[in-house]
Design a protein around this ligand. Sequence first.
Ligand code: KG4
Ligand code: ZN
Length: 335
Amino acid sequence: MEKQQLILGIESSCDETAASVVRNGNEVLSNVVATQIEVHKKFGGVVPEVASRHHVEAITAVIDEAMAQAGVTFSDLDGIAVCKGPGLVGALIVGLQAAKAISFAHGIPLVPIHHIAGHIYANALVAEMDFPLIALVVSGGHTELILMKDHFEFEYLGRTLDDAVGEAYDKVARILDVGYPGGPIIDKMAREGEDTYHLPRIWLDRHAFDFSFSGLKSAVINLSHNATQRGEEIHPANLAASFQASVVEVLTEKTMKALEKYQVKNLVIAGGVAANSGLRTSLTEAGAARGINVSVPTLNYCTDNAAMIAAAGSVALKKGLTSDLLVDAKPNLKL
Ligand code: KG4
Ligand code: ZN
């Protein structure tokens, strides 16, 4: 029998301290996530300095818990995969230092992973990835269409020219004063409302695969301000539904066009906004109508977690993408 491969994944790029043990690239033996959402809620967003401190407090316990739940010891591991960027530098350093310490003490290869590669490889936990594929990456910091002809070959087809889609969700939630993080709340409200406001769809005709969400965000702000000035009530659920309808239509159309242009039959969706119910349904239906195989991670692997880092690390280790202990956290790391 082939030897089993065990990877410890560590993720600390933003406001989740996470560790996970994954066997053979797709069997999640443990997936521990300590979220700081409650801490940052009162500020309406992530405060970097506060995030770093909480990572320091949580990291050892989170790693110990992931190892205990998986029933393995450090000497059983074949590799330690850790997110090295992009993200908040102080937050990234905490996970990276923990990974380096374990790597050094136990002589285990260190496998640095790009956060977005991690999000994309969350799909490997659902089914084997079939190349060539196009990845639609939608998170709090990223909105990108990426062509992958093989493992760890990333070719950008387009990206947002301004706000990331998750960021737009969080801002709209702030305008409507409905809580943080906004994505899941707006998603839920959208399901209870209707697209009555008919907000703009930003197509950027000269940039077929790029995105822009700041105009849509401004449209929501203006609509809300004008209503206040006129003493009129807005219908929050309908505004949420209208916002979501615009986002989903643009993301779906552009993704389908990219699949067509590059003659690709496999689509993977990645990042926190991949948890969005409207987007999941729309892409799955549009894909099915065109014979496209659409992969969506299960909900708990859409937002930040370490199982996705370990899944990416499993492939990266096989490809020899390891690093020495001098590797640095890179807040603006390119894929
Ligand atoms: O991938 P992620 O956990 O962190 C980053 O790498 O940015 O993504 C977080 C983003 C947040 O903006 C959050 O509001 C959004 O994902 N999000 C959603 C949903 N769940 C999370 N956006 C829309 N609908 C959702 N259901
Ligand atoms: Zn993320």
